[in-house]
Design a protein around this ligand. Structure first.
Ligand code: G3P
Ligand code: MG
Length: 229
């Protein structure tokens, strides 16, 4: 019933560490998490960095849009734990030896970063990870661009809305599945975000979804353990 549902840390482990911080990712990889979800933008000099918003205002001591800073300039700002904003390369190196399933979200729903697909896919290929990465995005065109570059990867569309005829849609676009805000009773690979409530976690585990993306992976793992004991 529940064994196939993987628990993914949403932006690392934000219930305990700053979101999208290496500290959170390191902790998660040392504590046997199934998977990690994180967000990627490009700097002015096209370096992929791990951060959720288009600006650094909410999560660092700086201000402004990521696309207006070079990577070197961006490094002068700090997260709440004094870390700098991680590059994608640093994150991949941090978890490279673990068996964690990575879910890399390309943040292109508000800004279209030139060549982000090629840059990010190249970097992931170079890292030779043990598990294939799941790429997701709210922007379907981004996923289609990725497919043209590397059709062997897994691409999942993120959406807030119900997808009618989901099975046909997934097949037609060539997706590996959907990342949804709400469970859909279709025979599709679906991972649901952001689920922090115990009742909802239990319900999704019973429904046997492919993945639950949560801010508190240790809580979700405990619930799964109790249900399978
Ligand atoms: O990938 C699931 C979730 O992260 C999508 O929403 O805004 O938290 O990136 P957001
Ligand atoms: Mg995300």
């Amino acid at each position: 019933m529940t064994a196939k549902t993987l628990i993914f840390g949403h932006r690392g482990y934000p219930a305990k560490f700053p979101e999208n911080s290496l500290e959170g990712f390191k902790y998660a990889s040392n504590h046997h998490i199934d998977g990690l979800e994180f967000d990627v933008h490009l700097t002015k000099d096209s370096i992929p960095v791990v951060i959720h918003d288009e600006t650094i205002d909410r999560t660092t001591d700086g201000k402004g849009e990521i696309r207006n800073y070079t990577f070197a300039q961006l490094r002068q700002f700090h997260l709440e734990n004094s870390e700098t904003i991680p590059s994608l390369k640093e994150l991949l190196e941090t978890v490279a030896d673990s068996s964690i399933q990575l879910n890399l979200e390309l943040k292109t729903d508000q800004i279209t970063y030139e060549n982000i697909e090629k840059i990010v896919l190249n970097m992931v290929q170079q890292c030779q990870l043990t598990h294939p990465v799941i790429f997701s995005s709210f922007n379907l065109d981004t996923l289609k661009n990725c497919q043209k570059i590397d059709s062997a990867q897994q691409y999942c569309w993120l959406t807030m809305h119900k997808v009618p005829e989901a099975e046909e849609f997934v097949k037609k676009v060539g997706l590996a599945g959907l990342h949804l805000h709400h469970y859909q009773p279709d025979e599709i690979v679906q991972r649901i975000w952001t689920i922090n409530d115990s009742f909802k976690i239990r319900k999704l585990l019973k429904q046997g979804v492919a993945g639950i993306i949560t801010d508190n992976f240790e809580k979700a793992v405990k619930i799964r353990e109790k249900m399978t004991a």
